[in-house]
Design a binder for this molecule. Structure first.
Ligand SMILES: [Zn+2]
Length: 343
């Protein structure tokens, strides 16, 4: 089987991988489309740092599985959609040919749970075929194309951030950064009925996408800050969707008193903030990650029912051989938003 894999810090294509075989409770799926996620770019670049930070972290259950070995091939691709090929033994599943996506974890027959995100042994969406868990499959409704169904996962990240923020329709939202995460937040804010959504990004292309998804104001931070555009409007709900050092301190410095910051952009560097700003203005900071299975299903429904138009986010479709190029190309925000791999 063919798949693009992370190997020695770069992406290469393997032609001779063993075919995945579905066990009980599993389904073999032909990958039709898989979005490239910013977190995959992060992992390719900072994988060692991410694993080291994970080792230091307490307060969450330690995964009961082998640590990822960066010196071996790593399978990635968690924004996938595909077609059912066959079910494993004694497994109830949709018929062959059904278009599906899934919460990105694989339930093993022994009860263990493997995330389909970075793994030395669980295939992801940057390959021709992968295994999914029958109970977690989400059939793609309304004849939605699989390349748009592949945007279910990234849009769910925005929905989760907005749900967690508990923002009211009458509150003013500010979204800093209009990459895929910021755009997903904007789409979810619009669906929630939030009437004032100020989005900031340096890229004119991304600002245009933000307007398309429902931003009511867009600003180029070189010309006008989101804070200036919001004016003396009282507290804001600020979504940090950039994920670089300094942004959190900027929010604390400039946001009006009583504002809430929701951090959804993943920053891999240590960062410095001045708590004085936060305490003086009684600001709240909340970190959010991922989504629930219900949010993933809701995200698929809203795309399939046309409540949110994700098609403009797709700026390129590539085959497996072009995945190394795509990882490079996504470094330029002006050029690309979401690149879909079609293995
Ligand atoms: Zn993702």
């Amino acid at each position: 089987m063919r798949a693009a894999v992370l190997s020695g810090g770069g992406i290469i294509v393997r032609d001779d991988l063993p075919e995945p075989v579905p066990g009980p409770g599993q389904v073999l799926v032909q990958v039709k489309a898989c979005g490239i996620c910013g977190s995959d770019l992060h992992f390719a670049k900072h994988g060692a740092d991410m694993l080291a930070l994970g080792q230091q972290m307490e307060g969450v259950p330690r995964p009961d599985r082998e640590p990822i070995d960066l010196s071996r091939d790593i399978f990635m691709g968690h924004e996938f959609a595909g077609e059912v090929l066959e079910a494993g033994p004694n497994t109830e599943a949709p018929p062959a040919g059904t278009a599906v996506t899934s919460f990105p974890v694989l339930l093993r027959p022994d009860g263990a749970v493997d995330p389909i995100v970075y793994s030395n042994h669980v295939y992801g969406g940057y390959g021709e075929r992968l295994l999914l868990s029958a109970p977690l499959l989400l059939p793609v409704p309304n004849g939605l194309s699989t390349d748009l169904a592949a945007l279910t996962e990234p849009m769910a990240v925005g929905l989760h951030a907005v749900n967690r923020s508990r923002i009211e329709q009458t509150e003013k939202a500010v979204v800093l950064g209009c990459g895929p995460v910021g755009l997903a937040v904007i789409g979810a804010l619009k669906m929630r009925g939030v009437t004032s959504i100020i989005a900031a990004d340096y890229s004119p292309a991304r600002r245009a996408l933000a307007e398309g998804l429902g931003a009511t104001d867009v600003v180029d931070p070189r010309e006008e800050t989101a804070w200036a555009r919001a004016g003396a409007a009282g507290p804001l709900v600020v979504f940090e969707a950039i994920g670089v050092p300094g942004v959190l301190d900027e929010i604390l410095r400039y946001a009006p008193a009583q504002s809430r910051a929701v951090v959804v952009g993943v920053c891999m560097n240590a960062d410095t903030v001045n708590p004085y700003f936060g305490i003086s203005k009684e600001l709240s900071v909340q970190f959010v990650l991922g989504y629930t299975p219900e949010e993933l299903a809701a995200s698929l429904r809203s795309i399939a029912e046309g409540d949110i138009d994700v098609a403009p986010l797709v700026t390129a479709r590539v085959g497996l051989d072009e995945v190394p190029w795509a990882f490079e190309a996504l470094g330029n925000p002006e050029e690309h938003c979401k690149i879909i791999v079609e293995p």
